[in-house]
Structure formats: structure tokens, C-alpha cells
Design a protein around this ligand. Structure first.
Ligand SMILES: [Zn+2]
Length: 322
């Protein structure tokens, strides 16, 4: 299956018409800055998958003075897809210009938008992020540039090659996602790089552990076991391949620098934190507002779905932190 789910070229956009040829040297990642996760908001005509924009404010329009090579967002049914909207070998009008030039032209970068929603839906944000990793890995491979040449719009601005925007950090910051982790995830996707385990550890069937609820199975890996990296989730865990199967492992068990760490959060209210016991929650403690805790994972199924497994002062707890 291709990472490009659909192609609707914005032929009425003046950028498409200007048709300035380029050889892509990198990628600028944007997010739209508006609460509308649907591709149809920006891309038309409807191909039957994305749906129809009833308001005529899409970018396939002679009066639209911006354009990018693609969009990641929802189709009409809510599935996250990548739609290509310009040929990858013509310059887009995405990032604007800065003190040193513009990634629209010199050097020319492929650019895509990620359609923001209200910025509160972590699952949607992660789906878009993971799709963006796939798209970038595909483009790096196809055009032969390094993941080092992937920047956000904000980074383009900071380097003097774009206008003063902060996307997509305004969105990703909320869920602990970084460009650093993103480039690493692209790198891992490209290479399937082999890494060794740093100690005896567990490879889980899902990207979390649930020692109380027991919804996750695991295999034991010995120190020095070789696994293939298939993506860093940006929260301290990586997807790995081992013996032809997919597992998840905490990054601190891997001999590799630059992987993401479990986020530390400062509590915005007092929380109840329970000691993990076998098959049930143990003694209850209160951790006060303003204290910090490391979030090892959030449990995504079973009786303790929605709880986070946290570590504070060397002790582990189950708690609802948001
Ligand atoms: Zn932007």
C-alpha cells in the first residue's frame, strides 16, 4: 500500500499554474492553525473519499495565494489520509520567506499541511504524526535527502527560510511531540536500524505495560538481544521488530542515543495515586498539585484504561492524571 492515499492536484491554484520546476532538497512540515481536521476544507474537487466542501473556500481556487504539496487530515468518514495536491517537482507557496531566503525556492522543499482540529484529541494527533512519519520516510527515500533536512515551519523561520509561524509546535507541544523525535522516527522507519538491548528487558505486545490489569503480553529479551527499530512514539517507547514480530519496548532499554524519553509532567491538581498490586490497585496516596511525575505509559484497554502508570521518587503508581 502506498503512503499516498489519494492525489487531487489543485489545478486552479495560481501556484500550480506557475509550474516552477524544482529538485526537492528537504521537507517543511506545517499545521493549518485552524480547527478543521477535514481534508475537504482545503482540497477539492471531491473524489468520493474526502467529501464535498460546501463553502467554496478550498485552495483549488484562482484567488488562493498559498499552496502546498499535500495534506494530512480526515476523509469524510474520519480516516486519516495523505492527499497529494501538487507534483513533488514543482515549487510550492508554503513557508513564506525569512532573513536568508525561502524553502519555497532556494533550496526548494516539499511541504505539506497537517489539518489541525481543536488540538485536544491525542489519538488524532498521533495518527497524523505517524502518517507524517511515513510520508517523510517515503519522500526521503524517493528523493535521496536525509531526515536532517526535515524542518517544521517554526524551524524554517528560526533558520531564516520562512515567515514567523510556530506550526506545528503549537499542536505537538501539547502531547510531548518534538521535531527531534519526529526526525528520529523517520530515520528509524527508513533504516529499520538494528539496535541492541542494554539490559534484560521485556518486549510488549502493545506500547504500554499494565502490571495490574494484565492486558498486555510480553516476551523476555536478554541483554544484547538485537531488534530492528520501526519507530519512536515520542513518549519513551519504540516499536521494534524481533523474530518477524512487532513489539514495543521502553527506549531506556535500548543502546541508542537520541530516542525519546518518558515525559515528566507537573500536576495541575492533586491526584490519587495507587500502588500497583497483583490484579488490583493497592494503597492510595495523594500527590499534590505542582509535583512532578514521569509518565511511563497510559493504559489503552481493559479495566484500567485511561490510567497512567507513573513513577515518582523511585516508586510506581497507577493514577488518572488528566
Ligand atoms: Zn506553516
Amino acid at each position: 500500500m502506498s503512503v499516498i492515499d489519494g492525489k487531487i492536484l489543485l489545478k486552479n491554484n495560481p501556484c500550480f499554474k506557475s509550474n516552477q520546476h524544482m529538485t526537492p532538497k528537504g521537507i517543511v512540515v506545517h499545521s493549518t492553525g485552524a480547527d478543521n481536521p477535514y481534508i475537504k476544507r482545503y482540497v477539492q474537487p471531491d473524489d468520493g473519499v474526502i467529501g464535498k466542501n460546501l463553502y467554496g473556500n478550498d485552495w483549488n481556487n484562482p484567488s488562493t495565494e498559498v499552496c502546498v504539496h499535500g495534506f494530512i487530515g480526515k476523509d469524510k468518514l474520519g480516516n486519516v489520509r495523505f492527499y497529494q495536491t501538487l507534483p513533488f517537482d514543482i515549487c510550492c507557496w508554503g513557508v513564506g520567506g525569512g532573513a536568508n531566503g525561502s524553502y519555497n525556492y532556494d533550496p526548494p522543499y516539499i511541504q505539506f499541511e497537517m489539518c489541525e482540529d481543536s488540538l485536544n484529541d491525542k489519538a488524532y494527533c498521533m495518527n497524523v504524526y505517524n502518517k507524517a512519519v511515513e510520508v517523510c520516510a517515503y519522500l526521503c527515500k524517493r528523493y535521496g535527502f536525509s531526515p536532517d533536512n526535515i524542518v517544521s515551519h517554526r524551524e524554517a523561520y528560526e533558520k531564516g527560510y520562512g515567515s514567523g509561524h510556530v506550526d506545528p509546535h503549537n499542536w505537538w507541544d501539547r502531547f510531548g511531540l518534538t521535531m527531534y523525535g519526529f526526525r528520529n522516527a523517520v530515520r528509524a522507519k527508513l533504516s529499520g536500524e538494528k539496535v541492541k538491548t542494554k539490559r534484560d528487558c521485556r518486549l510488549y505486545s502493545r506500547p504500554y505495560k499494565d502490571p495490574v490489569g494484565g492486558t498486555v503480553s510480553y516476551i523476555a529479551a536478554k541483554k544484547g538481544a538485537v531488534v530492528r527499530l520501526a519507530g519512536d512514539d515520542g513518549y519513551g517507547w519504540s516499536k521494534v521488530l524481533c523474530g518477524g514480530k512487532t513489539y514495543y519496548v521502553m527506549n531506556n532499554n535500548l543502546c541508542k542515543k537520541g530516542l525519546s524519553k518518558c515525559p515528566k509532567v507537573r500536576l495541575t491538581r492533586d491526584i490519587s495515586a495507587y500502588e500497583p498490586m497483583k490484579k488490583r490497585l493497592g494503597k492510595k496516596h495523594t500527590i499534590k498539585k505542582g509535583k512532578k511525575a514521569a509518565v511511563i505509559c497510559t493504559i489503552l484497554s481493559g479495566k484500567y484504561e485511561g490510567y497512567s502508570y507513573i513513577k515518582r521518587n523511585g516508586k510506581y503508581y497507577y493514577a488518572r492524571i488528566n
